[in-house]
Design a binder for this molecule. Sequence first.
Ligand code: GCV
Length: 700
Amino acid sequence: MWATGLKAEDGYNLWLRYTKANAPQLNSYRTNITGILPAGASPTIVAATTELFNGCNGILDRNLSLRINVENGTILFGKIENIAKWVTTKIDIPNNPEGFILKTIKENDKTFTVITSKSDIGVLYGCFQLLRLMQTGRKISQLDTMSTPTIQLRLMNHWDNLNRSVERGYAGISIFNWHTLPEYKDQRYKDYARANASIGINGVTVTNVNANAMVLSRPYLDKIAALANIFRPYGIKIYLTARFSAPMELDNLKTADPLNPEVQQWWKKKTAEIYYLIPDFGGFLVKANSEGQPGPQNYNRTHADGANMLADAVAPRGGKVIWRAFVYSQDADDRFKQAYNEFMPLDGQFKENVLVQVKNGPIDFQPREPFSPLFGAMKKTPLMMEFQLTQEYLGQSTHLVYQAPMFKEVLQSDTYQNGKGTTVAKIIEGETYQNKLSGMSGVSNIGNDINWTGHLFGQANWYAYGRLAWDLSLSSESIADEWIRQTFTNEKATIHTIKAIMMSSHQTLVNYMTPMGLGHIMGNGNHYGPAPWSNTLSRADWNPVYYHKADSIGIGFNRTSSGTNALSQYATEVHKLFNNPDSCDERYILWFHHIPWNKQMRSGKTLWEELCLHYYKGVNDVKMMRAQWLSLEKKIDIQRFEHVSMLLNIQVKEAIWWRNACLLYFQTFSKMPIPAKYEQPDQNLEYYKSLRFPYAPGNG
Ligand code: GCV
């Protein structure tokens, strides 16, 4: 306890804290719980019961009992056919088995709450929704909700290695302890599954896309099967990252050529072994011919040849193949164009159970990217969205950045590929081209830090990703509202302040890191801190100078027809809009144009002045975020208050570092002064260039 009277919390319980303080509206609420227990209940219903009991007991501060009669105030939950034993009112339930109904029913002078679905997992999702309503201060006395997910495959992709290091991980080591599995089943695995299920995540890949073939060997499959058993009651399937050369590495085949019958047979056998151990195995996720990973192109075959071979292997059991489109080549004149150039010609060639997973932007999870031109362009292939929750390029785990506004910006972008209004969201939902499959992946920001995500506010990105995959129409603000209420409090003023911090945080980070369409100007390898000057890596497209192209005339990458013409990969309307510097959204302008330093921008300021303004505003706004947070000193428990306060101090320091380093460097080209009204950098460019961070986390 501290002066606030609030118990210190370490963040382990995420948004599933179930504290009484969070539900003052339910103080006078009478409830009991009736379920279909214990005889014959499935593990999922057992999980739902446990969650409801723990949740209701915590939130209502009672000791509820399981009733066998429906009484006034009872929460009645179970599959529709079981509910029908108690209720005469007709309940329409969604066809989608993951969907659920939450409904207040009045019968014979009794009022009770029904949670039901066609399936057990739908019931579990409904229980989590009820608990969410209780925790977020909603009244639960007049419910009438039907909810179904927009996206079918809602996946978490871990980039966790078998030695427990996490590529681009900033929250400790991997939560998956391969050494002690399968015997030792850490409670954390169950808590991880609960958290995912509470927001509707229904699949995980537990290992890195830079894959180790060993994960497909029997000892590791046994470990994976143990995890799958823990995840199953929570509706979570395991998918495996498949190293394309696995047949050679594990069983000494001479080739991994996807058209070779022996190779095809190997994958079929391997798949049968996996299904034997994990009957609900989801399928394979593959990174091929990208950043040194092996793939079908090693044998002059296409991505479609590779994906289809695996698709044939998993198809009989309903498995999927998720093939990543993250490819680039040093021979191309513009990295932006590579994925489109490689994948567009293959549209229509992928088997029915293949999805192509595309990063939100054309380059690589930069703080702000325009949407990838593949969205909407591939009309015959279901495209999966890949968002990165781990903040590789967004301040890693020391910067507070709420990513939902960034996700929404991409999802709401109009591709015009099937006429006006063909948003990225509609494409990935499968609505536009009537795709049979749909999916979204979030690259995990989870590790074994006590609070899971390193920065407490990283939890909000995990939460927002899941909630959006369930319902793409949710606003980033409403998701923030839910998360704050469950994580901290239902007190209005505090919610208001935290929401203001969260909602401004992404634009603020863009301002102090990569404003106006800059991108990829971070340190080599570890991707930590600014290094726009960097030009020493062996491949041009790994160096920041390749991306900003600053020179004595101006700055920015000319992707118009007078440049690399990458813009022609978009639909005509988008192409036109971005192609003209006067109509191009200034948030993206340097992505597409090389703009002279003295060009007058829409504000009337020159480009240089505008850049300075953004960088300075970024720093000021982080300071504002810190001041807002500090104003909550009496409202947040000390442990979490200080955790976030200290990180905000680091964020302010690093924002100043980004601003000074970038402006001093760009100034060597613009030859223009940083306006005198601004606080001037206190170090010179050489100082910033001399900084080294050999042990920064997440780098391999
Ligand atoms: C898993 C970026 C990251 C790599 C990552 C890669 C990918 O390049 O820096 O660490 O590798 O994206 O998405 O495959």
